[in-house]
Write a protein that binds this ligand. Structure first.
Ligand code: ADP
Ligand code: ASP
Ligand code: MG
Length: 450
């Protein structure tokens, strides 16, 4: 086994959006020889186009337009490369397959085909990036991650088989890393029938972390469009500032509570193997970034604020719950049957409030129909959409005096729905109306971080 350090470097969509962006990434790889495995996302905008293509009943002219658009994004990059013709041939072949999947999807919608469609962005960007590496004198080679990223068949949200990943990675990836920089795809995997799967939107971060774990990497670098993890999303307030160092626990909480900078599951593999994670900007690598690791020098009460939009709150109310046992089990039984996973829970004597994340809109549809009808057999049900979850993240928040007062006095003019505090030492979170979400974060940021 080689003793030289191994870094897995992941580049997100904006980092591989065009030729200039890809060149910057190639120099990052070239400047640090420990960067031996590169995980790329699709070029910016491509996955969103593919999402549209993967839906039901997309008119034929729209399908053609989408594929034309995607081709333009990719050819705009390949025109700068010596291997242009070879790459354009490969892209043409992939787009031919894509158009066949797209036709099949419009005739007879199927989630398996959706995932096949969604995978083309990464398939193209990884081929192109390997050639961009070659253009700066790095021996880059594309590797199809589906050889190692074996998953179940839960299309759109596939679960990776860690044992298979580890075994296949050792067998087919490790030998390649000895004398090449391997470029592979984030986000995609393959089920046991050899159908392509995807790990969920934003899943390339998670792919990179899983590969880092499987290869026992020394570091994981997430290169994106901001110079690290900020005290809150810099798109919400320009007062947000980059954090130099943050613990696994705090950063994992941020990711779980909606800080889009990292896919929610990214830190789980890194924590399992204590692999330090770096987050920085591929546009400004010289500016440094955030280090996420097990132990950090300072553990402030307030570290950051995360925001997760499109939350649904369901309140179930029944006088029968008073002193009764088994009511909650029945409620959860119904939710489990419909594969709805509850995020947060608060209870009072006769009612329970539950929140649901709604990344795709499917939760909303379910909660509007079947599930509510079944719950109504048991109790009174109220469903509220259009909410945002604000999470204040920090350390020992459950044991620090005045946390609740500081937070809620600051936003006293805002109507706060459900509050969760105490279950985690790292956060206090609550729901507000979607329309007041940004204002809430701005006010809290000024009060807690200015
Ligand atoms: P990539 O395509 O590189 O994966 P993403 O768009 O998924 O990039 O994530 C980066 C974005 O995450 C930033 O542009 C920023 O708007 C957003 N973001 C949300 N919360 C934070 C935060 N706390 N710190 C930094 N960025 C954040
Ligand atoms: N390309 C995928 C997406 O846009 C995965 C990723 O970028 O992480 O969701
Ligand atoms: Mg991302």
């Amino acid at each position: 086994m080689s003793l030289s350090p191994l870094t897995v470097a992941k580049f997100g969509g904006t980092s591989v959006a065009d030729h200039q962006a890809m060149l910057r990434c190639a120099h990052i790889i070239k400047n640090d020889p420990s960067n031996k495995l590169v995980v790329v996302s699709a070029s910016s905008g491509v996955t969103n186009l593919l999402v549209r293509l993967s839906q039901k009943n997309v008119p034929e002219h729209e399908q053609t337009d989408i594929i034309t658009n995607i081709r333009a994004i990719q050819l705009n990059i390949t025109q700068h490369l010596a291997q242009e013709q070879m790459l354009n041939d490969q892209i043409a072949e992939l787009l031919q397959q894509l158009s066949e999947f797209s036709n099949a999807q419009s005739l007879n919608y199927c989630p398996r085909i959706s995932d096949a469609i969604l995978s083309f962005g990464e398939q193209m960007s990884s081929r192109i990036f390997a050639q961009v590496l070659q253009s700066v004198g790095v021996n880059g080679e594309m590797f199809d991650v589906r050889q190692v990223m074996k998953t179940n068949a839960q299309y759109g949200k596939a679960v990776v088989d860690l044992e298979q990943l580890s075994a296949h990675a050792k067998q087919s990836l490790t030998p390649l890393l000895a004398d090449k920089v391997v470029v592979t795809q984030g986000f995609i995997g393959q089920d046991e029938d050899a159908y392509t799967t995807t790990l969920g939107r934003g899943g390339s971060d998670y792919s990179a972390a899983l590969l880092a774990e499987a290869l026992h990497a020394d570091n994981l670098s997430i290169w994106t469009d901001v110079v690290g993890i900020f005290t809150t999303d810099p798109r919400i307030t320009d007062q947000a500032r980059a954090i130099k160092e943050i613990s696994f626990g705090e950063a994992a909480e941020m990711a779980t509570f909606g800080a889009k900078i990292l896919h929610p599951a990214t830190l789980i593999p890194a924590m399992r193997q204590n692999i330090p994670v770096f987050v920085g900007s591929s546009k400004e690598p010289e500016k440094g970034g955030t280090r996420i690791q097990q132990f950090v020098e300072s553990s402030p009460i307030y570290r950051s604020i995360a925001l997760r939009r499109e939350q649904t709150l369901v309140t179930v109310k029944s006088p029968a719950m008073l002193h009764a046992s088994g009511f909650l089990a029945q409620v959860f039984g119904i939710l489990a049957k419909h594969e709805l996973s509850v995020d947060l829970i608060t209870t009072s004597e006769i009612s329970v409030a539950l929140t649901f994340d709604n990344p795709t809109g499917s939760t909303q549809a379910l909660l509007n129909s079947t599930v509510v009808e079944e719950l109504e057999q048991l109790c009174e049900v109220t469903v509220e959409h259009g909410l945002s979850l604000v999470a204040v993240i920090g350390n020992k928040m459950h044991r620090s005096n005045g946390v609740g007062t500081s937070i809620f006095e600051t936003i006293s003019g805002i109507n706060v729905r459900m509050i969760c505090h105490g279950a985690s030492e790292h956060n206090l979170c609550f729901l507000v109306d979607e329309k007041q979400a940004n204002e809430t974060v701005e006010k809290l940021h000024t009060a807690l971080f200015a």
